[in-house]
Ligand binder design. Structure first.
Ligand code: PNS
Length: 161
């Protein structure tokens, strides 16, 4: 595979699982756009700008990776960027139902855009942004689950709370 893939998500906050998927994606695609969704149905802890900043810091030095945000339909954004694929990670069967539905909807909307799923590394199987937030809210160090930019931002957020 080659070309450009969009790796979309909430990234609230980015985790080491997300970063590991970027590394895997770079082995398949020439360029990746990590795209933070603006209109996710989920309530978020961080603003889109904060999430973009955390990702940019964490991915600085990856010259084939761009961090951006998007509003509206993912397929419209991906088409506008000239992407040939959407990249997503799968942790286990619990992710599957939702991801399958999303991939089929996106294929229906934009048949030329292919959804590519990569298995997360086993080290990050149990990690999700939700789990990280829950643990961090109790003052536990999550430095082994998220990049330093996110660890700092979480500490700051919960210090203020
Ligand atoms: O990290 P998440 O929350 O699982 O990411 C989900 C996301 C943002 C990729 C998905 O909700 C999305 O694509 N939102 C944009 C709106 C859209 O295109 N919806 C139709 C496909 S479900």
């Amino acid at each position: 595979m080659s070309g450009l893939a969009v790796y979309p998500g909430s990234f609230d906050p980015p985790t080491l699982g997300h970063l590991s998927l970027v590394d895997q994606g770079l082995a398949l695609f020439d360029r990746l756009v990590v795209a933070v969704a603006r209109n996710s149905a989920k309530a978020s802890l961080f603003t889109v700008e904060e999430r973009v900043a955390m990702l940019r810091e964490a991915l600085a030095g990856h010259d084939r990776v761009e961090v951006d945000s998007f509003e509206g339909l993912l397929v419209s954004y991906a088409r506008g960027r000239g992407a040939t694929a959407i990249l997503r990670g799968l942790r286990g069967t619990s992710d599957f139902e939702y991801e399958f539905q999303m991939a089929l909807v996106n294929r229906h909307l934009e048949p030329g855009l292919h959804s590519v799923y990569l298995m997360t590394d086993y080290r990050w199987l149990y990690i999700s942004s939700t789990i990280v937030k829950e643990v961090a809210a109790h003052g536990v160090d999550i430095g082994d689950m998220v990049p330093p930019s996110a660890a700092r931002a979480l500490a700051e957020k919960f210090r203020k709370a």
